[in-house]
Ligand binder design. Structure first.
Ligand SMILES: Cc1cc2nc3c(=O)[nH]c(=O)nc-3n(C[C@H](O)[C@H](O)[C@H](O)COP(=O)(O)OP(=O)(O)OC[C@H]3O[C@@H](n4cnc5c(N)ncnc54)[C@H](O)[C@@H]3O)c2cc1C
Length: 287
């Protein structure tokens, strides 16, 4: 089912994001993880597309398996950075032929090295162009990314909202946010979007903290801020894995409860292929 329809039909939706593993063993484990998540009734599962990475060809195969073998709604991420027009068409045709109905259209992160950028195939520079192409040529429900703190390359939040609106006008039917830890940032994003006339659902993206090193690495890459009280607490317990996990689960549970009670359309969980924290949070939310 198209995610736009799920968002219209359901009071709140819950989704999980995974990335394609590199090894056969990793693939076997991930399939079991997703199979076990089925009992939690996810609204959909999404699979990332590694910009320039070795696993990018696996995304389509994964979503087709999740939808057809596990009977869970699935969404394929697709980036335009480093992907030729022929390759985009090949992937979209394959997804459509296999009954996939949802795409998260993205640009992807550019490699630091400018020489490798020059050598990469490129069809579109920005996501609004990719969305327009998919919208004009296919019947997918298209989602896109939104940034509560603004995208790292954006000169201002106003400019960021302007480009968000371009994605909406090109055909994005919903948005999923970058991870964030302060809910005010999400509600400020909703205000900015509504002021410019964007009336599509914006699903908050939540990453439960399971490791101090990992969350610090991730936030420095994507430009998300860790609030100072959370950062300090994390610093105090960083070598105690169990305490970090408990802190992460407790923090994310409270964050999600607040978002949902104030009208968020659901939660998209960045699982990093580990489902135990997400399972506990979802159970907390449903109890
Ligand atoms: C939910 C989610 C899932 C993600 N999944 C993946 C994934 O699977 N694989 C992956 O590689 N990355 C993924 N990313 C990361 C994403 O690709 C990067 O954040 C990327 O840098 C920006 O993508 P975008 O689609 O927002 O790009 P764009 O919308 O193209 O924006 C990129 C920058 O350019 C500006 N801009 C936008 N449109 C224009 C325009 N027309 N002209 C000039 N400037 C413009 C924007 O303000 C922004 O600063 C994900 C991010 C999120 C939030």
């Amino acid at each position: 089912m198209k995610i736009a329809r799920l968002l219209k039909n359901k009071r709140q939706i819950f989704s999980f994001e995974f990335f394609p593993p590199k090894t056969d063993e990793g693939e076997k484990r991930l399939f079991e993880t997703i199979e076990n998540l089925k009992e939690l009734g996810p609204s959909f599962v999404s699979v990332t597309y590694g910009a320039g990475g070795s696993t990018r060809d696996k995304t389509a195969g994964w979503v087709i398996r999740i939808k057809n073998e596990l009977d869970i709604e699935a969404m394929a991420h697709l980036t335009c950075t480093g992907t030729s027009c022929e390759n985009l068409k090949r992937i979209l045709d394959k997804l459509q032929e296999n009954g996939i109905e949802n795409i998260l259209a993205l640009r992807g992160d550019k490699p630091q090295d400018t020489n490798s950028i020059a050598q990469m195939p490129q069809c579109y520079n920005h996501t609004n162009e990719l969305i327009q192409y998919i919208h004009d040529n296919y019947d997918f429900c298209i989602g896109a990314a939104a940034f509560p703190e603004g995208h790292t390359e954006s000169p201002s939040l106003e400019k960021d909202t302007y480009y968000l609106n371009m994605k909406s006008m090109a055909g994005a039917e919903f948005f999923i946010t970058q991870l964030f830890f302060d809910n005010r940032l999400y509600f400020d994003l909703l205000d900015r979007a509504s002021k410019i006339g964007i009336n599509k659902p914006i699903i908050p993206g939540i990453m439960p903290i399971t490791s101090a090193d990992q969350v610090e690495r991730f936030t420095s890459l994507c430009g998300a801020t860790i609030p100072s009280d959370l950062r300090e607490r994390l610093h105090e317990i960083r070598n105690d894995r169990r305490a970090v996990m408990e802190l992460g689960i407790g923090y994310a549970t409270k964050q999600c409860q607040d978002l949902l009670s104030k009208g968020a359309p659901g939660i998209h969980f960045y699982t990093l292929n580990r489902s135990s924290a997400t399972r506990t949070i979802l159970k907390n939310l449903k109890s």
